[in-house]
Design a protein around this ligand. Structure first.
Ligand code: XMP
Length: 513
């Protein structure tokens, strides 16, 4: 596929994914490659620009990651960020030293706005800093284009050779004009017109899949989550009835979710594919009977999923391709696609090794989550499906404390549906990382009408998070929580208490198991 490319050369920075995302937000395709990528490979890819990421090392130490100096002779514009900025300086014989004062966090930066990199950016603004080394001397031919109180060369450039460096992090939202600066680099300095667009991605991928698969047969494990749904929709568009989707309803889905998935992918839906829904609810409940340990529950659900999937796959016989909904963050996190082995299916916890298939097809492996959602919209998937919040593979099994039973599943499904509906009605769901109801294993005394009750407590949880590694409880307005409480108590039989979980992560986790 011919499209403009910006290479993000990864020197171990924690924001490398973010840089690629920001570039793609400028409608330019970006790919993260390890710093060890050879110049030949880089040349073959014909990038319009290269960005060196930050990283935790000191450039002047022997083992620190470096690329070849000849990269500057490719004639491709280069932007170095933080460590990447210092690396440019080091490779071109400037001077990098430990800074007398290190900078961390929001910092006032002064920029020379005659630089093309800073077109349209004010002379003074806020930048996000995180460094202990600094550039003490810029290389010959460079000029300083930015300063802070403690950093005499917070930005530098050799515009003639198209080499730019910034000590601050334009990819981080705390840098006020970071997006503009990256836009200036990729669309201005690199001269990209911006041909990365979801409509053309969908069309080109469909064509590529047709070519690759030919008249082969494809099997896809459909969980109903965003990634596997979009992968299935793409494949269905490419190869239609050659695709078989197996959807295992383990009885631990959200209310009506199984039917929703079937209405989209089943016989009455818009896609022409072979759809198999396996109603395995009772089978899972039987396996989970009497089990209270959360890890055991996870294992049982994962294993049983595989068994059911395997049985269905056997009925189909040999297939040529196994489709997976792997997305770009999975690829980057698993070592930049070095491994060709089957990744654990991130939704179900591992597919069996011995299903008979010849190859794996991963049509979303270069997309970020928000791009996957956009591709889904382009493919005509309903909004409730593409905008779904993350839902764990073990489903409600990790939202029910203690033993899982059909009755407890009913309670948590109904409470969760009310909670989601009320948050949506109040407009509180926008921007939330994740929100759901969980069922505690606590029963307590209450009074309803004139009767004593001894029923369960439901816990409501809503968190703000961007990375799902850390999270804070959201401040849902009290009147909204109150409405949820009233409805849940009145409408969900078996509940007499509603709690709101204030715990952040850490020390808590997002799920409630
Ligand atoms: P925790 O509870 O560990 O969750 O803070 C972090 C994020 O991961 C999701 N999660 C899972 N996703 N399979 C998944 O596909 C799982 O087994 C699983 N467990 C947790 C969780 O929903 C949250 O978004």
């Amino acid at each position: 596929m011919e499209r403009e490319l910006v290479i993000v050369l990864d020197f171990g920075g924690q924001y490398n994914q973010l840089i690629a995302r920001r570039v793609r937000e400028c409608h330019v395709y970006a790919e993260v490659l390890p710093y060890t990528t050879s110049l030949d490979v880089i040349r073959q890819k014909q990038p319009k620009g290269i960005i060196f990421t930050g990283g935790p090392n000191s450039v002047y130490l022997e083992q620190s990651p470096r690329c070849s100096k000849e990269i500057f002779d490719l004639g491709v514009p280069i932007l170095g960020i933080c460590y990447g900025d210092q690396l440019i300086d080091y490779l071109l014989d400037g001077k990098v030293e430990t800074a007398p004062v290190s900078e961390y966090g929001k910092t006032e930066i002064h920029l020379d706005t005659t630089s093309r990199l800073f077109t349209g950016v004010p002379e003074t603004s806020t930048g996000w800093m995180s460094h202990t080394d600094y550039i003490a001397e810029v290389p010959a031919g460079f000029r300083i284009t930015g300063t802070t109180a403690n950093c005499p060369a917070a930005a530098m450039e050799d515009a003639q050779r198209g080499i730019y460096g910034v000590q601050f992090h334009p990819e981080v939202l705390h840098t006020e004009y970071g997006k503009e600066i990256l836009y200036n680099f990729v669309r201005g300095i690199c001269g990209c017109v911006g041909d990365w667009e979801m409509g053309s991605f969908v069309d080109q991928t469909v064509e590529a899949l047709k070519k690759e698969i030919g008249d082969g047969r494809v099997l896809c494990a459909l969980s109903g989550g965003v990634d596997s749904s979009v992968a299935a929709a793409l494949l269905s568009k490419a190869v239609g009835k050659q695709l078989t989707c197996v959807f295992v309803d383990h009885g631990l889905l959200r209310k009506d979710e199984g039917d929703q998935v079937e209405s989209v992918f089943g016989v009455d839906g818009p896609f022409e594919l072979n759809f198999i829904r396996v109603n395995a609810q009772q089978r899972f409940y039987d396996k989970l009977a009497g089990v209270t340990d959360p890890e055991r529950k996870r294992k049982i659900i994962g294993e049983e999923f595989i068994r059911v999937f395997e049985e269905e796959a056997k009925k189909i016989g040999e297939v040529d391709y196994l489709a997976q909904g792997t997305i770009y963050p999975d690829v980057i996190e698993s070592g930049l696609g070095k491994s060709a082995r089957i990744k654990s299916h991130h939704n179900v916890g591992g597919l069996p090794d011995h299903i008979a298939f010849k190859k794996i097809v991963e049509p979303l492996r270069m997309l970020f989550k928000d791009e996957v959602r956009n591709a889904g919209r382009r493919l005509g998937l309903p909004e409730y499906l593409v905008s779904r919040q993350p839902f764990p593979g073990p489903g409600l099994g990790v939202r029910i404390i203690g033993e899982v039973t059909a009755e407890k599943v009913r309670i948590v499904q109904e409470a969760d549906a009310i909670y989601r509906e009320e948050l949506h009605k109040a407009g509180c769901d926008k921007g939330l990382g994740q929100y759901f109801a969980a069922l505690t294993n606590m029963q307590s005394v209450g009074v309803m009408g004139d009767e004593r009750t001894y029923d369960y407590a439901v816990a409501l949880r809503a968190v703000n998070t961007s990375d799902f590694m850390t999270a804070d409880a959201s401040e849902i307005p009290f009147e909204v929580l109150n409405r949820c409480m009233t409805r849940i108590i009145n409408e969900v039989h078996g509940v007499n208490r509603v709690l709101y979980d204030l715990t952040s992560k850490p020390p808590g986790t997002i799920e409630f198991e």
